[in-house]
Write a new protein. Sequence first.
Lengths: 235, 235
Amino acid sequence: MKNTPHIPSCEECARHSGTIFRMLKNDELDEINYEKRCSVYKKGSIVFQEGNRTNGFFCVNSGILKMYKTGIDGKEQIIRFAKKGDIMGYRSILSGEAACTTAKVLEDAVLCFIPSKTLFNLVKTNSEFSMELIQRTAHELGDANKYIMNIAQKTVRERLAEILLLLKDTFDMDSSGVLQINLTREELANIVGTATESVIRLLSEFKQDKLIALNGRKIALLDVKGLERISSMYL
Amino acid sequence: MKNTPHIPSCEECARHSGTIFRMLKNDELDEINYEKRCSVYKKGSIVFQEGNRTNGFFCVNSGILKMYKTGIDGKEQIIRFAKKGDIMGYRSILSGEAACTTAKVLEDAVLCFIPSKTLFNLVKTNSEFSMELIQRTAHELGDANKYIMNIAQKTVRERLAEILLLLKDTFDMDSSGVLQINLTREELANIVGTATESVIRLLSEFKQDKLIALNGRKIALLDVKGLERISSMYL
DNA sequence: TTTCAGTCATGACTTATATCATTTTAATTT
DNA sequence: AAATTAAAATGATATAAGTCATGACTGAAA
């Protein structure tokens, strides 16, 4: 399943302004390049599992992944996505806990695995890197707090509208407004925190109201302002 | 409103194994002691407000506070509590964002305010302190992820049972099982993410089933195992 | 291209929980 | 201690959203 392709160098990532590696010096980048292991993961494969301990974290070189928790009856609650440039699995090693989510590949991915001891060394020796990592964790915590309030207080309708906008912001749209991620209705429901049929019905309503267009799994956002109003977002 | 009492030294806090200050050297503790400002906050007062920027964080010397987000119609969603030894408000300065919650005093509190530049200096110069801060943030993120799944998937009944157990773990019980925190039914509802009446009804049911005893605002947990079963917790 | 498994769509019905209204009780203020 | 305010309790009703069932459609595999 996993075979080794072109091994991307961390300079390539470091050049992307959104990654945590831009704070690193050349010898630090060299160390990571030496220590890391890159693998291809096929769509559908599990990278790490909730409840397991890992001894490193993953950097997404390409592809898209979902991170979810599994409830009592096996139903998923998607917590977050990871795409090119993002890191995954760092929370559990930093807190010394088991993974609190499962990471599953939505689109074929190339991931670099970096051992935790490398991460701890970097935290110890490069305070700018530490600061970047803290910022990233703190930002994610802010997102999670907002998510808690949304699920507790907003209607499913409001939440679906907001999730569609979030997907636009995270993955972009093409020129005709089509979201650049391919999700089943069930997966959408697992983000919103509702039943699949409820999502299907609301998508149908949004389509009738000319807010979106549907074409198979493709969703085009036609009226972003309208979706913002429905979602009760303050911007 | 705020007047200055006995100013607690940070050594006193550092001696408590649960605080982030145990990683600090004596000169660092001296710097904090020099920079900090301690104040008494009366029950009901607001320490910081969602959406505002603060230029420091708070250390709880005594008292209990709730941190909550406010929804569209002004309804609160309580995200977390802070008690003696905890820190608050650090997430927003670390992420460079505005505060994502409001902090309100539940029981008269003494708080020390520490300027953010002091925090940033410590992160820069003491990697053990950095690591402790990352761990704390990462742990809180794990809690938040779990909370998201609970609200999305568990019934109100299950969630209330779990919240009661969480309050026991956070604030302890006295010898007769009475939770050592005093919350209105509305506040319980704002943790669970439901209507006040629903909480009242379920508390009444739990009382009838001999799981808890009620005496005014006091709640005694009589059958912890029973509550665990109802909450569908895996331990 | 055909087959088949998985997903989407829809209708009917059920249920968990919210809202509304009112009375009672507890906590706080004077 | 009395008065006032806030909170708790309860009943009735409404509603958002979940579940179940079934047929249609899509995408992947052969």
